[in-house]
Design a protein around this ligand. Structure first.
Ligand SMILES: Cc1cc2nc3c(=O)[nH]c(=O)nc-3n(C[C@H](O)[C@H](O)[C@H](O)COP(=O)(O)OP(=O)(O)OC[C@H]3O[C@@H](n4cnc5c(N)ncnc54)[C@H](O)[C@@H]3O)c2cc1C
Length: 420
């Protein structure tokens, strides 16, 4: 078979995997990256440790992409989390599984993964162009023709795979600018919003709590359609609001509401294992069991001392109040504060603090069996730039690898351009 020329734009996990896959199938592959090196975002992922995937099995995995998981069925069939783990093992990257199924390199270094991918690109003879930004993709007669680089050169292609990432952490190179180019060739881009992002709280009075964390909370919010969403895990208070896994996970729903100019609020359940009634009964029992103890000391059995004191202040309950002096009204207020602690969200933190982007190239215009454009022949998409975002826990990097693998494998089947 005549070799096809496949150009891949973007050297993140999606682009690198697409390039490896096409090159391993003996095609002429050019991977174009605007940075001076590959995988800049991958290198900072998971605090530099790279939570590369999750060990969750079967259909449950797809639920971590919210309502859009079904779109990924074919991509995951071709390259699942297990395939990624096997691939990395066979390329010298030892992996371990931590809490909540998070899979990370044994070295605790994202660089182990980037190095393995670079070595595989080299082994498969993919050409890598660094410091080269693609300005646009050119289309003729309904099919891709070439790409134009910022320095004015043109690179012809039988197929182009766009893996330019989302718009968050723009200093890593994925700044969202390429979406405009895709709109210019007729693709629809679903509005971009941050996800996995900390939340600023309206008139936040909790600066004193900055740095304090709670290991296990349930955070809930109701979106503009009236659907309720919850997430569970740790939260961390900051000087402007809240962060931590449970806040990051719920943030995509909050972002949708606040960017739609609605007003979003979140509710914190600080003692997930107990009902509000049980918490109130426990507080009531303290009156008899520990009448001389201060309420603030009793509260510290359930939440960090600083959080308990913050609540007493917010509820105008004296800090020196003894359990024997606590009223039924105070008990009800404390029960509510511990189980239904409501906060209005001012806004999401800026894009340079968001881990992923929601929105992107409309799934209606992508064939999930190939990752090919339904509008333009020879054009493919992979990674965070499609309109799917995943939960925290390794799901976004897995999405990038799986869609990259599928796009790389599909692109080799395009009809070759005749003019060479
Ligand atoms: C701080 C942080 C921590 C994260 N931690 C995790 C984690 O532990 N686990 C997880 O699953 N996810 C994590 N993510 C998300 C994950 O890193 C991304 O979802 C993933 O990197 C997306 O891969 P991608 O290949 O689609 O895009 P990217 O990794 O963003 O790569 C896109 C590449 O395209 C290049 N590019 C863009 N435009 C052009 C152009 N015009 N020409 C040439 N090149 C271009 C960019 O420079 C970039 O290198 C984290 C994200 C951040 C910001």
């Amino acid at each position: 078979m005549h070799k096809k020329k496949i150009v891949i734009i973007g050297g993140g996990p999606a682009g690198m995997m697409a390039a490896i896959c096409s090159a391993a199938l003996d095609q002429e592959v050019i991977l174009i990256e605007k940075n001076e090196r590959l995988g800049k975002k991958l290198l900072i992922s998971g605090h530099g440790r790279c939570n590369v995937t999750n060990s969750e099995e079967g259909p449950a995995f797809l639920k971590h992409y919210f309502k859009k998981g079904n779109f990924l069925r074919d991509a995951f069939k071709r390259f699942s989390n297990k395939d990624l783990i096997d691939y990395l093992h066979s390329h010298g990257v030892g992996l371990k599984t931590e809490d909540n199924g998070r899979v990370l390199p044994v070295s605790n270094k994202a660089s182990s993964i980037v190095e393995a991918l670079q070595a595989d690109l080299k082994k498969n003879k993919a050409t890598v162009l660094l410091n080269a930004a693609v300005k646009r993709v050119r289309v003729r007669n309904g099919r891709v023709y070439d790409v134009e680089l910022d320095k004015g050169q043109y690179v012809t292609a039988d197929a182009v795979i766009v893996a330019t990432g989302g718009m968050t952490y723009p200093r890593t190179g994925s700044d969202g600018k390429f979406f405009k180019t895709l709109k210019n060739v007729g693709h629809t881009v679903v509005p971009l919003r941050p996800a996995l992002v900390p939340l600023e709280i309206e008139a936040w009075p909790g600066m004193v709590l900055s740095g304090v964390s709670l290991a296990d909370c349930i955070v809930s919010t109701t979106d503009s359609d009236g659907s309720k969403h919850t997430s569970r895990g740790a939260i961390i208070f900051t000087h402007w609001g809240m962060s931590g896994p449970a806040i990051l996970s719920i943030s995509r729903f909050v972002a949708e509401t606040v960017q739609g100019k609605g007003s979003a609020s979140i509710s914190l359940d600080l003692i997930p294992g107990e009902t509000e009634e049980a918490v109130r009964a426990w507080l009531l029992a303290q009156k008899d069991e520990h009448p001389q103890s201060l309420v603030k000391n009793i509260l510290s059995r359930k939440v960090p001392k600083s959080v308990g004191e913050f609540m007493l202040t917010a509820l105008s309950i004296e800090h020196e109040k003894k359990c024997s002096e606590i009223s039924k009204k105070d008990i009800n207020k404390l029960g509510q504060a511990l189980k239904r602690n409501e906060w209005r969200v001012k806004r999401c933190r800026p894009n340079n603090e968001a881990m992923v982007t929601q929105g992107g190239v409309s799934l209606k215009e992508i064939d999930p069996k190939t990752m090919g454009s339904r509008l333009i022949k020879g054009l493919f998409f992979a990674g965070e730039m499609i309109d799917i975002d995943g939960d925290s826990g390794g799901y976004n990097i897995q999405l990038a690898f799986s869609t990259g693998y599928l796009a790389g494998g599909s692109a080799i089947h395009v009809e070759a351009r005749h003019e060479k």
